[in-house]
Design a protein around this ligand. Structure first.
Ligand SMILES: [Zn+2]
Length: 271
């Protein structure tokens, strides 16, 4: 009898670890990008509150599985005490260690999705090659196209293992768990298959994660674009602004250092 009870307790503890009673979203610090130039976003230094950028990653825990959104800068290259990288970007804690601190390893990540291929979002992509990767067709084609490494902000060696991952290739918006709680929103322009993520949390309400659709709040306030932005980029911002109006979602601009400081970080979470 004792054995059966123990087994039941263990089974329910295991079940709880896999299926929490409600959704959770954790925010990780996946790097600080130092001293970025606001002119690259059509802004002056006076129009931005900080020239440093946050670079968060997010884990969404859903009864039907987990979704890792973004993988940050590559841990091996940037994890140096003095801060490594060309622009002295720095990582204080690896994504792996932050996931481990709340009991998750790469094998516990059901789905991986990234806003886009740039190195500050895809840097640890190889670590999650065992997950099911959800990617826009246009972005995947871009990531594995000839000569993509010639652009400074894409590092194919850091996500090359995803090429052989179990993959869901999408072309447009996509409902990850089939219940409209977590939806990828196609927003091409910054890259060919850029996407944002809409998360409808039971207590917090809808939150829209920007990817790099915006970098600074000033781009919304002063209606500026990175110089040379294409028509797709303009249309994608209009789509997201309309979505914010209809859903009442909070927009979290991922690279907004000042906004990021106000967010609860893992092991705390949003529900
Ligand atoms: Zn970025």
């Amino acid at each position: 009898m004792t054995r059966i009870i123990t087994a039941l307790i263990l089974a329910s503890a295991g079940l709880y670890a896999q299926s929490p009673p409600s959704m959770r979203m954790y925010v990780f610090d996946c790097a600080t990008l130092k001293d970025r130039d606001p002119a690259a976003y059509g802004l002056t230094r006076e129009q931005v509150g900080s020239v440093d950028m946050s670079d968060p990653c997010f884990l969404i825990v859903h009864p039907k599985g987990t979704l890792l959104w973004e993988t940050g800068l590559n841990d091996m290259i940037y994890d140096r005490p003095e801060g490594g990288g060309a622009k002295h970007d720095k990582i204080d804690k690896s994504l792996r260690s932050q996931l481990a601190a709340i009991g998750y390893g790469p094998a516990d990540i059901t789905y991986l999705a990234m806003s886009h291929a740039h190195g500050d979002h895809s840097g640890n992509g190889n670590d999650y090659a065992g997950s099911t990767w959800i990617v826009q067709k246009a972005e995947r084609d871009f990531m594995f196209s000839d000569g993509v490494a010639a652009t400074t902000s894409v590092r194919p060696d850091q996500f090359i293992k995803l090429k052989d991952s179990k993959t869901i290739i999408i072309d447009g918006d996509y409902d990850v768990f089939g219940d409209a709680t977590v939806t990828l929103i196609s927003t091409p322009g910054h890259t060919p298959g850029h996407q944002c993520l809409l998360v409808r949390l039971p207590k917090t309400g809808p939150v829209l994660l920007s990817g790099d659709l915006y970098h600074f709040p000033g781009e919304r306030e002063f209606h500026t674009f990175p110089p040379g932005s294409n028509a797709q980029y303009v249309a994608s911002r209009a789509k997201i602004e309309a979505l914010i109006k209809t859903t009442g979602a909070q927009l979290w601009i991922q690279h907004d250092m000042i906004g990021n400081r106000k967010l609860k970080k893992s092991p705390e979470y949003y529900e």
